[in-house]
Each structure stands twice: as C-alpha cells, then as structure tokens.
Design a protein. Sequence first.
Length: 282
Amino acid sequence: MSTIEIKNLGKKFLRSGSSEDTAVTAIESLDLRIQDGEFFTLVGPSGCGKSTLLDILAGLAAPTSGEVLVDGEPVSGPSLERSVVFQQYALFPWLTAVANVEVGLESQARRGRGLDKSGRRIRANEYLRLVGLQGVEDKYPHELSGGMRQRVAIARALAHEPKVLLMDEPFAALDAQTREQLQDLLLDIWNRTRTTIVFITHGIEEAVYLGQRVAVMSSKPGRIKEIINIELDGRHSVDDIRSTPQFSDYRHRIWTLLHESAPSAGNSPVSRKSLVSPGVPA
Ligand code: ADP
Ligand code: MG
C-alpha cells in the first residue's frame, strides 16, 4: 500500500530531428493524489496519454516536467514495489506458468531480499492458486487461453507483494465474459490485499465497476478533466450493480465528459449533438 503524488506532471515527445515547436504534448500540468490502498481507475480516449502516465508512474519513462512521489520518495526508475500489468500478456514463452511467476521473485532474491528456491516455488504456486490457476502450473503460455495468460501475468505482478499495482488496459484483449471474470477476481484480490491499484481503461463500465474513484482524462494535451467518486450500494453480483440506476448515472456522466473532450472536428457544439450513441441516454 502506498500513496502516489503526481505534481505538475508534463511529458512531451519530440519528433526526431525537429525542434521543440513540433513536439507532441502527451501530458500537461497534471496533478493527482492517489490514496494508500485505493482502487483508482483512469478512463480516457485513445491517445490521451494514459499509457504515458502509467509508464511514468512505473518509472519506465521520465517526465519532461514535474514529478511523481511514492510515499514521499521520487520515482526515478522501475522498482519491484510498483508492478505493471500490460494489455498484452508479457510472459516468457519458453517458461512454464509457475516459472513465469518466479521470475520477479528471482530478481528480488538476487538483491538479497527474497526467498530461497523452494520458498519461491511455494510463493509462485500460492499466487497461481489465488488467480484460479491450480493445475496448470507446468503449462507453457502457448498452451493457455488469453484469460489464463493474463491471470499468470497478474499472479506474477502480485507474487512479490508490491506496494502498487499499475495496470494498463489489462483486460482489453479478452472476450467480454473472461473480462468480467477477471474484473471480479481483481476486486476480490484488492479486497483481500488492499494494494494500491491504478487501473487504466477505455471502458467506461469497467472504470465505474472497479474504481473507488474514476479520473476522466481529456486529450491533446492529456489532463485530468474530472474525478468522480463512485458510491455503489451493495456489491452483490455483477448483474445487480451494472443494472442499478446509480451505475447508469455514473456511466452517462462519464460518457458525457468524454464526448465533451472529443478532439477537433467533433468538438463544436453543433456537431456534438450528433454524437449521441444508441443505448446511452441523451
Ligand atoms: P493512450 O495510452 O491514452 O492511448 P499514449 O500515452 O500512448 O495514449 O499516447 C499519448 C500521446 O503521446 C499520443 O499522441 C501518442 O501518439 C504520443 N506518444 C506516445 N508515445 C510516444 C513516443 N514514444 N514517441 C512519440 N509520441 C508518442
Ligand atoms: Mg495506451
């Protein structure tokens, strides 16, 4: 569990061989504080800077301006305390499921902070069980379905018990039913561990279903447009929540915010009227 402070963050990408004038501003003056143990989701249109932000939080990319503090310490590079799960199953194809989970534990062990070999095997198996993968420990990624591979990726991210879990559209490549299963699995894990989670998605329903707060991003440049507290009574079952009026209200509010921030051509007040899509109340 950890508090994340994002202060006046900016990120520009320079087009190679050109001057700063033609830089792409992916993120501009972004301020955000994510609480210890929070499940925070971030939704925004394609290209608005979500992955750029996540990469900076992970320490995989450096900001052009501003800074990110985790528990008061500036992020200056990748750390096992901040695990990342990407959309594509970043598993090693030549390693079994259990060996893929052990990879992170091994690098921890090399730094003298980890478990011995048998401890690592036990821990990896524990986390494969946690994500519902007992029985497939010795299978290779190509022998697993997409949903199972993403479960392995989640087990790997969690096995070394990071303070922060960073997820970049982790379920976007899965079919709807598998996606809903993994959403519930993730909520279940979060309820048990209270790991701080930053979850990026372009799915409005997914953002509302998972997040305690949903940040809506606008694009060009990427900024936080609004943050919405999600309060849904009685999380009984998937169907219950998603069919409540409150859920529809949140969904509609976020949908509206996203369409207000649609870039260029579709952004005039006149053409915006034509953006009402079927199934979403106008
Ligand atoms: P999202 O994840 O929300 O779809 P990204 O963070 O990937 O958006 O991209 C934000 C903006 O930054 C886009 O305009 C994209 O083209 C640009 N961008 C991202 N990565 C690079 C890069 N390595 N070089 C140049 N431009 C980039
Ligand atoms: Mg992205």
